[in-house]
Ligand binder design. Sequence first.
Ligand code: GTP
Ligand code: MG
Length: 168
Amino acid sequence: AKIKEVEFVKSSNKPKDCPKDERPEFAMLGRSNVGKSSLIISLVKKKEVVLTSKKPGKTQLINHFLVNKSWYIVDLPGYGFANASEAARMDWSSFTKGYFLNRDTLVSIPITFVFTKCDKMEGRQKGPTSHELIRENYKHQPPWIMTSSVSGLGRDELLLHMSQLQNY
Ligand code: GTP
Ligand code: MG
């Protein structure tokens, strides 16, 4: 699960414009501002090519990054953020939906829950810690991984997981 090379390929605003390719790809799907773009940076260690922001709604296109010339990681706009016009939001939701429905090379099943910003969950209160609660509540769910783009928590685990999924 070693990252040797990362190349920004292109930004697209519809599935039709995405790279025509057979290589498998992984997409980060989640609410706006949860840290999808930051997580991609932490995985590929290439700050220059991925845009992040304190404000929700930074990623506005389907962004393809080719890793080790063998698989893609895709940064998508988040859903549910309030900072854009209704029209812009409709547009994003329609093309990300189109992306999910039409992108044949997407490694979409199985889905993995990736918890972000886990550096922020410190056990202030008595009783079970947030880590323990997640462990308990997601016992029977699809695979899940706790990550932090700040501390690097979960990075190796997520990369290993993605490399295993490609052999399906
Ligand atoms: P959209 O592109 O709007 O969908 O957002 P996004 O999910 O790509 O979030 P982004 O990576 O731009 O990060 C949003 C904010 O959260 C930024 O201010 C990041 O610095 C911060 N952030 C991201 N990951 C972490 C993390 O692991 N820990 C902490 N503490 N902050 C983080
Ligand atoms: Mg983003």
